[in-house]
Design a protein around this ligand. Structure first.
Ligand SMILES: Cc1cc2nc3c(=O)[nH]c(=O)nc-3n(C[C@H](O)[C@H](O)[C@H](O)COP(=O)(O)OP(=O)(O)OC[C@H]3O[C@@H](n4cnc5c(N)ncnc54)[C@H](O)[C@@H]3O)c2cc1C
Length: 393
């Protein structure tokens, strides 16, 4: 068992990084080499801009290389509620924006021929309670009427054929969502950005930037450069300075684990449709199969709970000598931007339930022994310490 993200561990190494000195001057300096920074770098380079990506660690080393790999359509909110509060036109526009976002990822994969095991098997939202099923039925009717005729409501029996569990009361199937190997996608995206001319410097932390004639002086751990514009793409994970931004981001803890490789017969029995599955609970769980047939399972949680759970499970695993074979795929923080949450009360999500408990809630059989025993890279805890011990600039 390794401490590296499963996705990164099973992706090719990024070969397009710059090893020399920083350029003196660029049109755009991008801070952060996750999906946001890399996709922007590629797009800007394609338009002829000179671009540098300044990445404190390595490309897709944070949330982008540690997530569920689901690229789903459909708004996260209940569509009927969205339509009631915003009006049918706006709700439809939101829904379509998700659809076109998925399509832009698919187009990017096709244009750059990124081998990332992309499959379009859709998303099945599972009703955890009878009243959730009633809500999904109303939502399904409205979505079919207003925006997407291809969604389908599944009965409990049909859902049982999709997920071999008696825990669900039905489901809403949205067929457009895709899944991928995010490690291969991210490395492919970085290679594509580099191929288009973006300069990607890893191990280069941006400390701050100052306005100067014609742009900004960007100061990094490896020297300074002049940029016409600066694009901040740091996600929730921020190294170096940038305290003004850090204070405006609320990190949301989230984790993903993956089992050992499961036999095809078991997969056929448990999840034959290989879709992305999410539950209808307020803090939902999600699960899917990886390209090499592991069951990946994730949910948002409080970062401190992940740390506590991992320490406890490590102790249990060591004490029992149990050869748990579950890899940590990702333990990281996503973000909420304060002031961009549409006026809603923004709170970090929290839950301390273990993955094992979540799995048993779904009535899934556990074909593997024990569970996590994995040692994630501890990014979440590191964030917690940073916030407590470092006065923000
Ligand atoms: C466990 C988990 C599961 C998820 N599952 C899904 C999913 O299934 N589907 C989905 O769509 N989304 C999912 N997400 C969300 C998704 O991963 C993120 O929204 C996305 O990766 C954010 O990309 P980003 O480029 O904005 O940020 P990041 O990937 O966090 O990249 C930011 C980069 O900036 C760098 N950086 C920070 N500060 C500095 C600095 N001062 N100088 C230089 N570099 C700096 C960091 O090192 C990092 O590499 C999940 C997230 C998590 C944590």
């Amino acid at each position: 068992m390794g401490s590296e993200s499963y996705w990164l561990d099973t992706a090719p190494a990024f070969s397009g990084a710059q090893l020399g000195a920083l350029p003196g001057q660029v049109d755009v300096a991008i801070v952060g080499g996750g999906f946001t920074g890399l996709a922007a770098a590629r797009a800007l380079a394609l338009k002829g801009a000179s671009v540098v990506v300044l990445e404190a660690g390595k490309v897709i080393g944070e949330a982008s290389g540690r997530n569920g790999g689901q690229c789903n359509t459909g708004v996260a909110q209940d569509y009927a509620g969205l339509s009631a509060s915003l009006g049918a036109d706006k709700a439809r526009a939101y829904y379509q924006a998700y659809e076109s976002a998925v399509q832009s990822v698919v187009s990017l994969v096709e244009q750059e021929q990124i081998a990332c095991d992309l499959i379009r098997n859709g998303k099945l939202k599972l009703a955890a309670k009878p009243m959730h099923y009633e809500g999904l039925a109303r939502t399904c009717d409205l979505i079919r009427k207003e925006v997407d005729a291809d969604v389908e409501l599944l009965t409990a029996e049909q859902t049982r054929a999709e997920v071999n569990s008696a825990q669900f009361h039905g489901g809403l199937l949205q067929r457009n969502g895709v899944q991928m190997h995010v490690g291969r996608f991210g490395v492919g995206l970085a290679e594509a950005a580099a191929r288009q001319g973006a300069l990607i410097h890893q191990g280069t932390s941006v400390v701050d930037w100052k306005a100067q004639a014609g742009g900004y002086q960007v100061n990094t751990s490896k020297g300074s450069l002049h940029a016409g514009q600066v694009l901040l793409a740091t996600g929730a994970c921020q190294h170096g300075g940038l305290g003004w931004y850090r204070r405006r981001i609320v990190p949301v803890g989230s984790f993903v684990i993956a089992t050992e490789v499961l036999p095809p017969s078991l997969i056929e029995q448990l999840l034959p449709g290989r879709r992305a599955y999410v539950t209808s609970r307020m803090i939902g769980n999600y699960f899917r199969l990886t390209p090499d047939n592991r069951l990946l399972f994730g949910r948002p949680c409080a970062v401190r709970h992940v740390g506590q759970r991992q320490r406890r499970q490590k102790r249990q695993s060591a004490a029992s000598g149990d050869g748990a074979d579950v890899s940590a795929v990702g333990q990281c923080e996503d973000r909420l931007l304060l002031g961009r949450a549409g006026g809603h009360d923004v709170r970090p999500l929290a839950s301390g339930r273990s993955a094992r408990r979540c799995l048993s809630l779904h009535g899934l059989q556990r074909p593997w022994r024990a569970d996590v025993g994995a040692h994630g890279p501890g990014h979440g805890r590191c964030h917690g310490r940073q916030r407590r011990s470092q006065p923000l600039a």
